[in-house]
Design a protein around this ligand. Structure first.
Ligand SMILES: Cc1cc2nc3c(=O)[nH]c(=O)nc-3n(C[C@H](O)[C@H](O)[C@H](O)COP(=O)(O)O)c2cc1C
Length: 361
């Protein structure tokens, strides 16, 4: 049996978190569908108002209203089922405001990476929202857990470890990714579990750990559960669903991509990313910087005067279906995705495959 997970008093019936995907790839539609099947649906807080009329004229309010509307939409789809998370990147310029909007909107959880979410507990102090860092090593977890404990008297409610096979921005150095000098998830997981032990004792509760990056089927989920994980976070597989909030052409680009099309890309966020190496990526590599116009100042590490391209524009082009002029983030296993399906079916399939693999051993 695949057990539900208790996360500091809230129950996640199916231990699958659908990873947050910005811009606009995971909004209320996808998150609600995942919740309906008992998982944690996650809305990305990276420009959730990108489709609104006032997005370029009143970006701040468009995104705050966009996030709250998407939370309401997910709840309406899911009813009382599952849990609702919001993914908020530390590197985002409006971090604190987005955290507060997620709390006001009524999210169950905030999952935060792309930087160290050292101050996250400060912004959620008076709420019941669960908070989780995304980490790529036990060392990073240690830094965050120590700060949360000493400055805020708390510990993570749960933790997501994102390994090097994930899509989107990666928490590893490009040289290490290229040189293969990377710890596999199988090695990071026990180290993170060990780091969490003293905090589990101090705060008298279990801190569930979810692993992410390249998780493809139920057998992968079973493998990590046996190694001590409470569940997984998966993103790429949820792109190829009818319920995913991206344009059909974005989903098709994921279904069509071959192994050799997937690779590392440069990002204005200052981190390496994994994406489909399409004509847009080739242009960014061959033609020098693409001038930024209409800058929204959305990423702390990005300098619009010398950035390689505008990541917001590239992600919006892609999610709206202009994939040849856009950035299509994918995980390393995207080439194995070969058809579109419903979230309901995918969730059932993952659970039954996982239960079968758990029984076999
Ligand atoms: C299209 C896409 C967009 C993503 N956007 C974000 C994001 O905005 N913030 C974030 O923390 N992670 C982001 N990720 C990472 C996912 O949440 C997830 O952890 C990772 O992709 C898991 O690996 P998998 O895709 O192989 O399942 C993104 C991934 C993809 C594929």
């Amino acid at each position: 049996m695949l057990d539900s997970v208790s996360i500091n008093g809230k129950i996640l019936p199916v231990p699958i978190i659908q990873g947050g995907m910005g811009v606009g790839v995971s909004l209320g539609g996808l998150a609600g569908a995942v919740m309906k099947r008992g998982g944690m649906g996650v809305i990305s807080a990276a420009h959730p108002g990108y489709y609104r009329d006032d997005f370029y004229t009143d970006n701040y309010n468009a995104n705050i209203r966009g996030l709250k509307d998407e939370i309401a939409k997910a709840r309406q789809i899911a009813g009382e089922n599952g849990l609702l998370g919001v993914n908020i990147m530390v590197a985002g310029q409006e971090y604190e405001a987005m955290v507060k909007a997620a709390v006001e909107g009524g999210a169950d959880a905030i999952i935060s990476g792309a930087g160290l979410p050292l101050e996250l507990p400060k912004y959620t102090a008076d709420s019941q929202v669960l908070i989780a860092p995304i980490v790529s090593s036990a060392r990073r977890l240690k830094l965050i857990a120590r700060r949360w404990d000493t400055s805020y008297g708390t510990a993570p409610d749960f933790v997501v470890i994102e390994g090097s096979l994930a899509g989107g921005h990666l928490g590893f150095k490009k040289e290490d990714l290229i040189g293969g000098n990377i710890q596999p998830l199988e090695e990071i997981l026990p180290q993170v579990l060990r780091e969490l032990k003293p905090y589990e004792e101090k705060y008298a509760r279990k801190i569930p750990v979810f692993v992410a990056g390249g998780i493809f089927d139920g057998a992968d989920i079973a493998k990590f559960i046996k190694l001590g994980a409470s569940g997984v976070q998966m993103a790429t597989r949820f792109i190829a669903t009818y319920e995913c909030d991206a344009h059909p052409a974005f989903k098709q680009a994921v279904i069509d991509c071959r192994k050799e099309d997937i690779g590392l890309v440069k990002s204005p966020a200052g981190l390496p990313g994994r994406a489909v190496r399409n004509s847009f990526i080739q242009k960014t590599e061959n033609a020098g910087n693409i001038k930024v116009t209409n800058c929204l100042h959305c990423m702390k590490p990005c300098n619009p005067d010398d950035t390689c391209y505008c990541i917001t524009r590239a992600l919006i082009n892609a999610v709206k279906g202009n994939v040849d002029n856009g950035l299509v983030f994918v995980g390393a296993n995207a080439w194995r995705v070969d058809r579109l399906g419903h979230v309901d079916r995918l969730m059932k399939q993952l659970v039954s495959e996982c239960e079968k693999a758990l029984e076999e051993n």
